[in-house]
Design a protein around this ligand. Structure first.
Ligand code: ATP
Ligand code: MG
Length: 597
């Protein structure tokens, strides 16, 4: 099935059932200072969900362009994009749960022919004064889902809103596709990220109003808001396991493979994917009817970051000239029938990309030299000061995320809060650059120890995936030859569990994921969901190492720059360490993967 077939099939299905088709709104929201971009199909409809009358009636459907900057670190995995299209249908005080769920179910099983057995859904389990969503569960069962296909979660997973302090809110029911992969452990369920379940569609039921006193009142006029990811649905329908193998990405991926001087491989896959994803996002941003240009503030800054990150990654593929325009041309040609604004703005898109490339090119080489110099004075696991990161930003136009990527490749951390303070200072006062002081590092930074340390984080993440979130670190010891990891758990692990854990770690290694390092306050680390011990032994600032999709931990390092450097992971022993504590010893065999960029 092609993307266009799916878009039409979706909209026609709902039109046949009394819905009116509405056009995709701009990626840049109207009169909403709270967000930079349209992040979901419901966003342009907020006034109508709040009660305003929609000129086209109470049943609507559309395909909406969306952009989510919060998912940028995930880009390169199989399913997360910054730019994506969302298929949606709405009831504005018209039908409610029963009909909404039957519509979703009918579309999935009769139109898309997805077998019922491949569907899993999540339903709000009830919390505080809000009861469990029995109605949604009942309708799913009436549709033919078995109890074991229905999962119940709390507010974190199955609740929407209100958008502000007060207003409409309610439970949702999320629809997942069960890929048929083996469960990753006893607790494998749609909320786990092992890849067995892929979220494709969300139905939100706005049935309560949160009042100023914190209470919830039933809404007299209830709404339904749904959103299905076009790219994800298409991936599944074509039997693929990642969005880059759908017709939405094949042309641009092929073009990049043809242009690249570095071969496409497991180790370079992520770079290829990010370039193509960012190219598509920047093309849609520049081609938006509201036309934005790269700048140093707000939306323009996000656009600049996407462009500059892509340019640098292209350089890593040996492409020194501006091929961004060639890649963008592929996107423009491919999408202009569905999105006529891309046709109208195509020369604007290419002009702007050319301009931004030249602007960046002027300073990129000297900036990279400077950055290399700064980084060469540091050792693995040192910190690049906020001042220097700011200097690279100010003088050479390096977005801080970009500097972070450069630093990460050398296992160096960037003082991100220091950078932000500098930026504020700069915005408040006139520019005033101070020379940073370098910290000398005397730690034993042997490469193998660093690799084992990174493997420890992957192992910790894998243990939590397979055995559940109650697993936490009780001790860790690394020598040149092996890692030893103690963790809370009551019983001996089964051979299947050990196998599953090993393969999750090796999969992360195969994917060559960058190991990112940031410095921040413990409060912020906690807020960002980092695991680790939060106590004052860490002092004011902590380093947070993250391996997107696998782990995020407070830790002092040192680490490998990329999981691709780890070789092959093997558990050699699993035993009891003390009551309620298990111990795993593991090794890395095979040398570093030197094909790594
Ligand atoms: P996930 O937990 O997988 O990130 P989500 O809970 O953020 O998804 P929703 O906000 O409910 O997703 O969005 C509705 C649908 O939009 C999802 O079911 C999914 O199909 C799609 N979607 C969400 N985020 C992305 C993304 N970053 N890239 C591609 N599709 C997405
Ligand atoms: Mg999300």
């Amino acid at each position: 099935m092609t993307a266009q077939e799916l878009r039409r099939m979706y909209v026609e299905f709902f039109k046949e059932r009394g819905h009116k088709e509405i056009a995709s709104a701009s990626l840049l929201p109207d009169n909403d200072p709270t967000v930079l971009f349209t992040t979901a199909g419901m966003h342009p409809l907020v006034p109508y969900l709040l009660g305003e009358k929609h000129p086209l009636g109470s049943r609507l459907a559309d395909v909406q362009k969306c952009l989510r900057t919060c998912d940028i670190d995930e880009v390169g995995d199989d399913t997360h994009l910054t730019f994506f299209e969302m298929l949606g249908n709405w009831s504005l005080g018209d039908y409610f749960k029963e009909e909404a769920i039957s519509l979703s179910y009918a579309f999935l099983t009769t139109k898309l022919q997805i077998p019922v057995s491949r569907i899993a859904v999540t339903v709000f389990k009830g919390e505080e004064e809000i009861p469990r969503d029995e109605e949604a569960a009942r309708v799913w069962k009436e549709m033919g889902l078995k109890e074991e296909q229905i999962f119940y979660y709390g507010r974190d997973e199955n609740w929407w809103g209100p958008a502000g302090q007060t207003g409409p809110c309610g439970p949702d029911t999320e629809i997942f596709y069960d890929t048929g992969k083996e469960p990753c452990g006893r607790d494998c369920s749609p909320s786990c990220s092992c890849g067995k379940y892929v979220e494709i569609w969300n139905n939100v039921f706005m049935q309560y109003s949160k009042e100023a006193d914190g209470s919830y009142k039933p809404l007299p006029r209830k709404n339904v808001d749904t959103g299905m990811g076009l790219e994800r649905a298409l991936t599944i329908l074509n039997g693929k396991d990642n969005v880059y193998e759908t017709d939405l990405f094949i042309p641009v991926m092929d073009e990049l493979k043809a242009l690249s001087r570095v071969a496409y491989s497991e180790a370079t896959k992520r770079t290829f994917r990010i370039i193509c994803e960012h190219t598509r996002a920047m093309t849609f941003l520049l081609g938006d009817p509201k036309r934005i240009t790269p700048s140093n503030t707000e939306q323009g800054y996000i656009l600049r970051r996407l462009i500059r990150r892509a340019i640098r990654l292209l350089q890593k593929l040996g492409l020194k000239q501006n091929v961004l325009c060639e890649l963008a041309s592929v996107i423009l040609a491919q999408y202009q029938e569905v999105y006529p604004e891309l046709k109208e703005n195509s020369s604007f898109v290419l002009e702007q990309l050319e301009k931004e490339y030249e602007l960046f090119q002027k300073t990129l080489d000297s900036g990279l030299k400077k950055a290399d110099h700064y980084l060469s004075l540091l050792q693995k696991d040192d910190i690049l000061s906020g001042e220097l990161a700011f200097k690279l930003y100010d003088t050479f136009g390096f977005p801080v995320e970009f500097t972070m990527e450069l630093a990460t490749e050398k296992g160096i951390c960037v003082d991100i809060q220091g950078f932000e303070e500098k930026l504020k200072e700069h915005q408040n006062k006139s520019r005033k650059g101070a020379e940073g002081k370098f910290k000398g590092g005397l730690a034993d930074n042997s490469l193998q120890t660093a690799r084992l340390h990174t493997a420890t984080h992957l192992l910790h993440g894998a243990l939590r995936k397979v055995l559940g979130d109650s697993v936490y670190q009780r001790g860790s010891n690394i020598t040149n030859d092996r890692l030893r990891f103690d963790f809370s758990f009551e019983r001996k692990l089964t051979p299947e569990e050990l196998q599953e854990i090993t393969s999750i770690v090796n999969q992360a290694i195969a994917e060559s994921i960058p190991v990112l390092c940031e410095e921040m306050t413990p409060e912020r680390a906690k807020k960002e969901g980092a695991i680790g011990i939060f106590d004052n032994k860490y002092g004011e600032r902590v380093k947070v190492y993250s391996i997107p999709g696998c782990s995020k931990e407070i830790c002092g390092g040192p680490h490998a720059a990329n999981t691709g450097e780890l070789g092959h992971f093997e558990i050699v022993k699993e035993e009891a360490s003390s009551a309620g504590v298990r111990r795993i010893k593991a090794v890395l065999t095979e040398g570093p993967n030197l094909t790594q960029l």
